[in-house]
Design a binder for this molecule. Structure first.
Ligand SMILES: NC(=O)c1ccc[n+]([C@@H]2O[C@H](COP(=O)([O-])OP(=O)(O)OC[C@H]3O[C@@H](n4cnc5c(N)ncnc54)[C@H](OP(=O)(O)O)[C@@H]3O)[C@@H](O)[C@H]2O)c1
Length: 256
């Protein structure tokens, strides 16, 4: 059984996918976890399956939802905060629903920023704490058809790398988890269902591997945690690949 340096946690987006699996891993390690999402019934079912889980319904695209989670973090008893809630919008930018794009930016960027700030405001003065922000390998290059999603994740990786440097002298760990393709509800929510047929099995990582990589990464104070050998190579070669080539390659991959 894994052991972690955190005893309490808060995980957003725990009602499915990576967040749900990560919560189960935390429960197995004896970490008491507050779980956040809109679908309360999913969170309650998770709490029935595992010990030490406290459901909290909140819509992170709203000011009220963000404020409620900020207030919970400000209580100051949470060792690890995982900003995992997020989604994408696949399609030609000019045809996408503008309200959906605004929600995407609100959840992926604004809520994550607000919760990160509340986390470090609680953790830095006490000289300990752990913040794990779920980004994506899409943060390392533009992604035509997923343009806003990739841009939101570029923000998440950049913000998290800066916060890693700021927080390290205060004894606080800050890590960006950058998964590649992972089979979850993300594909149906983000209109990328065709990826299952489009991409070969070796490019897919499991939610279990992704969640474990994130928890191990923040415990070890890695700046970036990239699950899967195939994506580690991809990220490592990013800086030596010309920007135009990354953009063109990304465009070709997205269009299948
Ligand atoms: N799957 C992939 O291929 C992949 C790759 C790279 C990065 N990621 C990132 O990994 C993270 C988790 O995604 P996943 O793959 O596990 O997808 P998922 O199964 O669709 O889970 C997304 C979670 O986010 C929550 N969420 C979405 N909108 C929300 C809102 N307005 N308020 C509160 N919670 C909200 C959902 O809960 P409710 O619907 O119940 O609110 C759900 O629990 C995301 O940040 C995603 O961008 C995923």
């Amino acid at each position: 059984m894994a052991t972690y340096p955190f005893r309490t946690a808060l995980v957003t987006g725990a009602s499915s996918g990576i967040g749900e699996v990560m919560t189960a891993q935390l429960a197995d390690a004896g970490v008491a976890t507050t779980v956040v999402a809109r679908r309360l019934e999913r969170l309650e079912a998770l709490a029935e399956r595992h010990d030490g889980i406290t459901p909290m319904a909140a819509d992170l695209s709203t000011d009220d939802g963000q404020r409620a989670v900020v207030d919970r973090i400000a209580e100051g008893d949470i060792d690890l905060v995982v900003n995992n809630a997020g989604f994408g919008t696949n399609g030609d930018f000019h045809e996408l629903d503008p309200d959906r794009l605004a929600d995407e930016i609100e959840v992926n960027v604004a809520a994550l920023t607000r919760l990160s700030q509340a986390s470090l405001a609680a953790m830095v003065p006490r000289g300990s704490g752990y913040l794990l922000n779920v980004s994506s390998v899409a943060s390392f290059q533009p992604a035509p058809q997923l343009a806003v999603y990739a841009a939101t994740k570029a923000y998440v990786t950049s913000l998290t790398e800066s916060l890693h440097e700021e927080a390290a002298p205060h004894g606080v760990h800050v890590t960006a988890l950058c998964p590649g393709l992972t089979k979850t509800e993300f594909q149906s929510v983000s209109n990328t269902d065709t990826y299952a047929d489009q991409f070969p099995s070796f490019v897919w990582t499991s939610p279990d591997e992704v969640a474990r990589c994130g928890l191990d990464g923040v415990a070890a104070n890695r700046t970036l945690a990239v699950p899967g050998a195939q994506y580690k190579v991809m990220v490592a070669t990013t800086n030596i690949t010309p920007r135009w080539l990354r953009r063109r390659a990304s465009s070709i991959v997205q269009r299948g």
